[in-house]
Write a new protein. Structure first.
Length: 84
């Protein structure tokens, strides 16, 4: 069953960027945001990813480069906002 989520106090520049991204994909903003929320929810959080990496590393005795962990965390956070 679908539910409704309301987000208040979104800065105008953020709304404008989201609208532009939706338009570039040929989507309504509602469709764009729903798909983005589904994408975010389908991926493990950075904490969960880190826990999984630790468990694999401890279980196998292998090592994971910190750059791999940083890449996973950055991917989880998404793109950086533009500079003002």
């Amino acid at each position: 069953m679908a539910v409704t989520i309301t987000v208040r106090n979104v800065p105008e520049h953020v709304r404008d960027e989201l609208k532009a991204r939706a338009e570039r994909r040929g989507q309504s903003m509602q469709e764009f945001l729903r798909l983005e929320l589904e994408r975010i929810a389908s991926k493990p959080s950075s904490e969960e990813s880190t826990r999984q990496i630790r468990e694999r590393t401890e279980g196998t005795g292998t090592h994971t480069f910190s750059s791999v962990i940083v890449d996973i965390i950055r991917e989880d956070r998404g793109p950086l906002p533009p500079y003002s």
